[in-house]
Design a protein around this ligand. Structure first.
Ligand SMILES: Cc1ncc(C[n+]2csc(CCOP(=O)(O)OP(=O)(O)O)c2C)c(N)n1
Ligand SMILES: [Mg+2]
Length: 597
């Protein structure tokens, strides 16, 4: 973990139990709770349910609601999204606990988002009693499924349903190890209600959890690295695709040094967290959400050697750029492709696959290739954004400009950005400047991810800023209550176009293709009449706010107020009413070409 992440993590402990005087595990669920503590899981985001009332009791009355601390959520989707956001900053898993069947059903989209985003989350659920003879009438039967894990098996790295406390202990250790190992991802452990609630017949033999948590090396093969370095050295126009990476600074610096030593052009991607300075002279084009922009594609097309550091859709980018380059790919992603989800993307042409941590590959290559002859000295402040032409109405571009102005020289983490964002507006300079997208395209993830990220950023000195679409906000809005309840600072700004606008563009496109009236694109898309009072929804959950803003000046003032509140540890919500429209950041970036959907 980097400096910022280690400094972080403390939600206000607002739910302090009376001492229960329990100092030894007496029930199955006490063993489960104790194992979570041994695994150093700091939080469990949850929505309660009788299927895990045993575990709930153990967390409160055996562990005193500390390490892990419960984070009550109003919806399971936000519980998992909060854990995803936390992992985006901290680089490791916290827990989420969901009720049997229905709670897991609510959680599924967020689990899919975390899976596609390769973020670790230890999801715990419950079932049963598995022994039908022990079930209470009706309710225990609807709490039970033959194979509950099947609901999520296609998009978790591993799942289990342990039959005893000893097996649960082992399952949890394995689950945390698997979730946190590269490529990271969610895991699911389903706890039998009877196993949780049963008295321990005798104490379990103690277990030294550390013995089951080995240090892991995902270092690259030195011969492969040597050969790759030689290829890159000899390349005339090398390109580095700076894909999925950790939030650590060492590999960030290695990528920069490598690019400079090779004079390689570098592309980044808005789907994932910042991986290279966006205003470095070697950075090409603006990072895109779907594909690289025209400049990026041209660079790939001209490249003779490509180094892909876990680029999310290498096959798609190569195809779009019609590239015939020699490809060196550093990735472990192939180890979790399972055929249920197609999030592995198109099969890329790859000449050398270095099956290792892409961060380690960048570091190893940079060591071999050596320091750049002339290191680039970037100016202290990132490249300013051109001031957008003034206008009576507010566009997302004005919003971006105003946010940058309002935060000034403060360190900011953009925990989420809306679909309408143009990657050129804000060049990132640090791995925590931008945390990437939802991963799986699941709208409604933005608020929860932002709350979880803000939790992990607490104490880091960084101002967490979430910019979400109104549709995204409305689907995930109840995550705000969790931020307010646990005093997690967060500035949330809505790019409110009062529409599921991305899909208006899809309807326009279809109408055009079919020669039908594009003017009808808004039907079944606009969120108006009545207008939803987004401010009331935020205030109702404990955020400070003000009336919606719809001019550049009003927005600038609101942002300054908001930034002050959040810098002091508060929460502030701004409804900025923007004119529908998407920034054109290159070919295929427009929603009409299937930006998302
Ligand atoms: C759970 C879910 N439902 C539906 C969609 C399809 N979809 C993609 S973008 C979008 C609109 C999102 O609206 P908003 O967040 O307001 O952003 P805007 O498109 O207005 O910029 C929808 C509905 C989705 N991606 N996820
Ligand atoms: Mg919208």
């Amino acid at each position: 973990m980097n400096k910022h992440a280690t400094a972080a993590t403390s939600a206000a402990q607002v739910e302090i139990p009376l001492p229960a005087g329990v100092n030894a595990p007496g029930f199955g669920s006490d063993v489960v709770a104790e194992t979570l503590r041994d695994l150093d899981i700091p939080y469990v985001a949850l929505n309660p349910g009788a299927s895990y009332r045993g575990l709930h009791d153990s967390l409160v009355n055996y562990l005193g609601n500390e390490r892990p601390q419960m984070l009550l959520c109003l919806h399971e989707e936000s519980a998992v999204a909060i854990a995803q956001g936390y992992a985006k900053v901290a680089g490791r898993a916290m827990g989420a606990i969901v009720h049997s069947n229905v709670g897991l059903m609510h959680a599924t989209m967020a689990i899919f988002n975390a899976w596609c985003d390769r973020m670790p989350v230890v999801v715990l659920g419950a079932t049963g009693p598995v022994d039908a003879a022990k079930r209470r009438p009706w309710i225990d039967w609807i709490h039970t499924a033959r194979d509950q894990g099947a609901l999520v098996r296609g998009y978790v790295k591993w799942d289990d349903q342990p039959a005893s406390p000893a097996a649960a202990r082992e399952a949890l250790i394995r689950a945390a190890n698997i979730a946190n190992a590269l490529p990271q991802g969610p895991v699911y452990v389903n706890l039998d209600a009877e196993m949780q609630e049963a008295k321990l017949a005798e104490p379990l033999p103690p277990i030294d959890v550390a013995r089951f948590r080995p240090r892991v090396s995902a270092a690259p093969d030195p011969d492969m690295v040597k050969e790759a370095a030689e290829r890159l050295r000899q390349a005339k126009s090398p390109v580095i695709l700076a894909g999925r990476a950790s939030r650590k600074l060492e590999p960030w610096h290695a990528r920069v040094a490598l690019a400079e030593a090779l004079n390689a052009r570098v592309l980044t991607d808005m789907k994932i967290g910042a991986s290279f300075p966006g205003d470095h002279p070697l950075h090409v084009g603006a990072p895109g959400m779907l594909l690289p922009d025209a400049d990026g594609l041209a660079a790939i097309g001209e490249a003779d050697v490509i180094l892909s550091l876990d680029w999310v859709d290498l096959g798609g980018a190569m195809k779009a750029a019609k590239s015939g380059a020699f490809v060196i790919s550093a990735s472990l992603d192939q180890t979790i492709h399972n055929g249920w989800s197609m999030d592995h993307q198109a099969l890329p042409p790859v000449d050398m696959l270095i099956a290792a941590d892409p961060d380690q590959v960048a570091i190893a290559l940079s060591k071999l290739i050596g320091a750049p002859a002339k290191p680039v000295a970037l100016p202290a402040a990132p490249r300013a954004m051109a001031k957008p032409a003034s206008s009576d109405t507010l566009q997302v571009e004005h919003l971006a400009y105003a946010v940058r102005e309002a935060i000034g020289t403060r360190d900011v983490s953009l925990t989420h950005l809306p679909l309408s964002w143009n990657g050129a507006w804000w060049p990132f300079r640090h791995p925590l400047d931008f945390l990437g997208s939802d991963g799986g395209g699941g709208i409604g993830g933005g608020p929860g991810i932002s709350v979880g990220a803000a939790l992990a950023l607490k104490g880091s000195g960084r101002l967490p800023v979430a910019i979400c679409g109104d549709g995204d906000y409305l689907m995930g809005v109840t995550a705000l209550w969790t931020a307010a309840h646990y005093r997690i600072p967060l500035l949330m700004v809505i790019a409110n176009n009062r529409s599921f606008f991305n899909d208006e563009l899809h309807q326009e496109r279809v109408a055009q293709m079919r020669g039908r009236p594009a003017q009808n694109r808004w039907i079944g898309q606009r969120i108006d009449d009545p207008r939803v009072d987004l401010v009331a929804m935020a205030r109702a959950q404990g955020f400070d706010s003000e009336e919606p803003v719809s001019t550049v000046e009003a927005l600038a003032k609101a942002l300054r107020r908001g930034a002050e509140v959040v810098a002091k540890g508060g929460r502030y919500f701004i409804d900025s009413v923007v004119t529908p429209g998407y920034a054109d950041s290159g070919p295929d970036q427009r929603a009409g070409d299937g930006k998302k959907g």
